[in-house]
Structure formats: C-alpha cells, structure tokens
Design a protein around this ligand. Structure first.
Ligand SMILES: *[C@@H]1O[C@H](CO)[C@@H](O)[C@H](O)[C@H]1NC(C)=O
Ligand SMILES: *[C@@H]1O[C@H](CO)[C@@H](O)[C@H](O)[C@H]1NC(C)=O
Ligand SMILES: *[C@@H]1O[C@H](CO)[C@@H](O)[C@H](O)[C@H]1NC(C)=O
Ligand SMILES: *[C@@H]1O[C@H](CO)[C@@H](O)[C@H](O)[C@H]1NC(C)=O
Ligand SMILES: *[C@@H]1O[C@H](CO)[C@@H](O)[C@H](O)[C@H]1NC(C)=O
Ligand SMILES: *[C@@H]1O[C@H](CO)[C@@H](O)[C@H](O)[C@H]1NC(C)=O
Ligand SMILES: *[C@@H]1O[C@H](CO)[C@@H](O)[C@H](O)[C@H]1NC(C)=O
Ligand SMILES: *[C@@H]1O[C@H](CO)[C@@H](O)[C@H](O)[C@H]1NC(C)=O
Ligand SMILES: [Cu+2]
Length: 245
C-alpha cells in the first residue's frame, strides 16, 4: 500500500467528481445529510503530512476583477518555516448577500483556463481519492480532501474574511500530488455555485520549475459524465464512488 501511496502522491492521481450537465455539483458536499463516519480515509489512506516543503517558496492566487461576483482578494501559500506544511494566508472581501453563505473555498485540481471558466478547474485537489462525502471533519483533517481548505479551516461567514493558518497536508514541493503551485482556488456560495476562481502563481514572479511540468502524467480527462480515475486505482475507485454517490 505504501508504494501505491507513493505512486499516487508522486503522480498526482486524482478523482474528479462527476458533473452531469444541469445537475448540482456536490462540491464540498454542503447538502449531504447522511451520517458522518469518523475516521473515513481516502482510497489511498489518510492524507500525509508534507515535510520537505522548500523554504522561501510561495504561491499566490489573486482573484480577478469580476463585475458579476464582487469577491476580491488573494490567498497566499508559503512553505512553513520548519518545512512541515504550508502557511496559508487568506485575505478576501466583497462577499455578496450573506444569505448565499456560508461561503466555501477550495484548492481545485486543475488550473483556470484563459477564458476564466471556473468549472473547468474540475473538482477538489484530492490525491488520496477521498471523495466528497461525508463532509470533512475538521477535527480529523488528515481524513479530508487535501484541497478542502474551508472544510478543514472554517467557512467564510463575514463579508471581509482574513485568516492565517498552517495546513499540514498541502505542499509547495513540485512533484507531490498535494502540490498546489499549478492549481487553482475556487470560491463558492453555500449551494456550491462557483463565484470566482484564480490560479496559484509564484508570489514573487520568479519562473520556477514549479510552473513547468514537462514529465507529469496527462491531466485529468473530463468526460462530462461519470467519474474519471487514473491508472490502476480506476476499478477500486469506481467501486467506492459508486457506493458514495
Ligand atoms: C444557488 O444559489 C444561486 C443564488 O441564489 C442560484 O442562482 C442558483 O440557481 C443556486 N444553484 C443551485 C444548484 O441551487
Ligand atoms: C460550512 O458550510 C457548509 C455549507 O453551508 C455547511 O454544510 C457546513 O456544515 C459548514 N461547516 C461548518 C463547520 O460550519
Ligand atoms: C521566489 O519564488 C520562487 C518560487 O516560488 C522561489 O523558488 C524563490 O525562492 C523566491 N525568491 C524569493 C527571493 O523569495
Ligand atoms: C512545524 O510547525 C507546525 C506548525 O506551524 C507544527 O504543526 C509541526 O509539528 C512542526 N513540525 C516539526 C517537525 O516541528
Ligand atoms: C466550462 O468548462 C466546463 C468543463 O470543462 C464545460 O463543460 C463548459 O462548457 C465550459 N463553459 C463555457 C462557457 O465554456
Ligand atoms: C485583512 O487583511 C488585509 C490585507 O492584509 C488588511 O488590509 C485588512 O485590514 C484586514 N482586514 C481585517 C478586517 O482584518
Ligand atoms: C501539478 O503538479 C503535480 C506535481 O508535480 C502533478 O502531479 C499534477 O499532474 C500537476 N497538475 C497539473 C494540472 O498540471
Ligand atoms: C529546475 O530543474 C532543473 C532540473 O531538475 C534543475 O537543474 C534546476 O536547478 C531547477 N531550477 C530551479 C529554479 O529549481
Ligand atoms: Cu470548490
């Protein structure tokens, strides 16, 4: 199992939630009302704490100006000073009507394309193939989807939201499945509508290897229906997801 984990973490295995046209995305699973199962893990086990995050490396996702959402600000992810985990600094403002909240935010698996289509970022960063349900239990963050930042660290319930914390499971180390530098942030209303999104980019403008990915496996193939899995985990993951969804 450890080699499977290592393989998955290194190759960035991910499962993308089915997105049936016209149907509600389960994103963050806010509408799930089934039992919480303590200690649920992903198909590849619990998320691993990341220990070798390169010092001084920092990525920022800056939300675009958008007349339709009003939400602005940025999220910066910097290698923790002891190399374990990543310090996340969130500064967001301009949230709309609180009745649309609480608002959720996640790291999504894919970057935002040039046309700004947030849906094209697919599902959450989920290298351990944990899936959307049951919802993240923040007292057991290792059992949550790696990219589920609001699930692990709290929803947005105010119109100006600042937060700083260390997330032990995301990574700034290129090559890990939990690497965030080539991915995106999405911000949602409580019913999972995607309000806005932005790509992580090196904070200081330096072009680093983290933005270049010459040897990575093909990115997630989005078929528009069903669940996309990769490599040898496919059969197992499909079985689990059939159960979950
Ligand atoms: C979510 O809420 C928004 C704003 O009220 C609404 O426009 C949208 O239709 C809702 N989506 C779903 C899937 O309920
Ligand atoms: C965060 O918001 C979602 C969506 O409304 C909700 O399901 C979830 O329980 C909230 N989490 C917390 C800790 O309040
Ligand atoms: C700038 O960012 C790159 C990539 O994140 C990092 O490798 C480098 O150390 C940073 N340089 C400074 C001076 O912060
Ligand atoms: C590094 O610091 C984080 C908190 O910022 C802490 O949770 C973690 O245990 C520390 N790691 C080591 C190896 O000291
Ligand atoms: C946005 O991306 C999704 C997923 O790739 C796609 O289904 C949808 O048609 C795109 N929307 C637009 C307006 O291009
Ligand atoms: C939130 O952070 C921003 C940027 O760091 C700062 O300008 C602002 O004063 C902060 N707001 C609150 C309410 O703490
Ligand atoms: C991002 O980088 C990780 C680690 O190198 C890789 O596994 C993943 O496929 C990359 N994702 C994208 C969307 O390029
Ligand atoms: C980028 O990768 C190459 C080959 O692995 C390495 O020689 C070089 O030092 C790396 N550069 C940075 C800025 O990390
Ligand atoms: Cu999301």
């Amino acid at each position: 199992m450890h080699s499977a984990i290592a393989f998955a973490v290194l190759s960035g295995l991910a499962v993308v939630k089915a997105q049936t046209p016209g149907a509600t995305l389960i994103e963050g699973s806010p509408s799930y009302d089934g039992p919480v199962i303590p200690g649920i893990t992903g198909q590849l086990g619990n998320a691993l704490i990341t220990n070798n995050n390169p010092l001084g490396v920092s990525y920022t996702a800056t939300l675009p100006d958008s007349p339709t959402t009003g939400v602005r600000g940025s999220i910066t992810a910097t290698s923790n000073s002891n190399g374990t985990g990543v310090a996340i600094s969130v500064s967001l403002f301009g949230f709309p009507d609180p009745s649309l909240g609480p608002f959720l935010y996640h790291i999504h698996d894919q970057p935002v394309p040039a046309d700004g289509n947030c849906t094209a970022t697919l599902g959450h960063l989920d290298p351990f193939i944990r899936g959307e349900v049951p919802p993240c239990d923040p007292t057991q963050p290792e059992t949550c989807q790696v990219g589920d930042l609001s699930g692990k660290h709290g929803n947005i319930t105010v119109s100006v939201f600042n937060a700083s914390y260390v997330d032990l499971y995301v990574s700034t180390e290129f090559g890990l499945g939990s690497f965030l530098g080539n991915r995106s942030i999405n911000i949602h209303t409580s019913n999972t509508t995607r309000l806005t999104c932005a790509n992580f980019q090196p904070s200081n403008g330096t072009v680093s290897n983290s933005t270049i990915n010459p040897t990575s496996p093909s990115p997630a193939v989005f078929t528009g229906a069903g669940t996309t899995t990769f490599a040898s985990m496919g059969a197992i993951a499909v079985g689990l997801l059939a159960f979950l969804f």
